[in-house]
Design a protein around this ligand. Structure first.
Ligand SMILES: O=C(COP(=O)(O)O)[C@@H](O)CO
Length: 249
């Protein structure tokens, strides 16, 4: 199976104020001094995208948003469009994170529509899928995740840069991780669902793993078949921790 270059993306979630720019600066400087063997991205809250993009400009760090609206502009109080993310300096966007699916009622159809909006704005979507603990305990993890892939990837997707992130909900922010065998099983199923949905276009986009990734477990997770990178939450907030994961590639 052809593997593209790995992508390590940090999701700062609703964390970060002006002081956090020092972490972005530290990350840039470290990667300037010793380039990474992978792509590196940080996804700060919308309020910081512009300033983080300015801070890392000229270096290897890419910047992403954490969500976008399906519309380009209009009366949608509190929302940010894909075009606005591009304008602020983002080149990627996380879509369908389980915290948005659970907390804001986002469906697979919503995620597919947002994916189309993101692509139209020139953004590279990172489309998140993952099962809950109840679904895993019921033996439904592969079926649930495969259905999410099918529903969240627009059929029209072909040739554009995108990634899928497998993030078991029960592993997010808990310190728990699936076994390497479980990760391999689901990533294989995600790939199969991508190919079934998109044909050849589903063969090469990276499938990231997310959920309690840290410097101490990154190397073994990143070696698993079909793991094309990581989507990192808590351990991306401090440059030193994030670099520990980046250096594990
Ligand atoms: O939610 C995620 C994982 O968070 P962790 O704190 O790394 O468990 C993933 O989307 C990265 O944000």
């Amino acid at each position: 199976m052809k593997q593209s270059v790995k992508l390590i993306a940090g999701n700062w979630k609703m964390n970060g104020v002006a002081g956090s720019l020092a972490e972005a600066e530290a990350l840039k400087q470290a990667l300037d001094a010793e380039p990474a063997a992978c792509r590196v991205a940080v996804c700060p809250p919308a309020t910081l995208i512009d300033r983080v993009a300015t801070t890392v400009k000229g270096g290897a760090v890419e910047v992403g948003g954490q969500d976008c609206h399906v519309e380009v502009c209009g009366a949608f109080t509190g929302c940010v469009s894909a075009e606005m993310l591009t304008d602020a300096g983002a080149s990627l966007v996380i879509l369908g994170h389980s915290e948005r699916r659970a907390g804001f009622g986002e469906t697979d159809a919503d995620v597919a529509a947002k994916t189309e909006a993101a692509l139209a704005a020139g953004l590279e979507p990172i489309i998140c899928v993952g099962e809950t603990l109840e679904q895993r305990q019921a033996g439904d993890a592969v079926a649930v995740v495969s259905a999410q892939v099918t529903g969240s990837l627009p059929e029209s997707l072909s040739g554009e840069a995108f990634a899928v992130a497998y993030e078991p909900v029960w592993a997010i922010g808990t310190g728990l991780t699936p076994t390497l065998e479980q990760i391999e099983e689901v990533h294989g199923a995600v790939r199969a669902a991508m190919v079934a949905r998109l044909g050849e276009g589903g063969r090469t986009a990276p499938i990231l793993y997310g959920g309690s990734v840290k410097p101490s477990n990154a190397a073994e997770i990143l070696k698993v078949a079909e793991v094309g990178g990581a989507l990192v939450g808590g351990a991306s907030l401090k440059a030193a921790d994030f670099l520990g994961i980046i250096r594990a590639v």
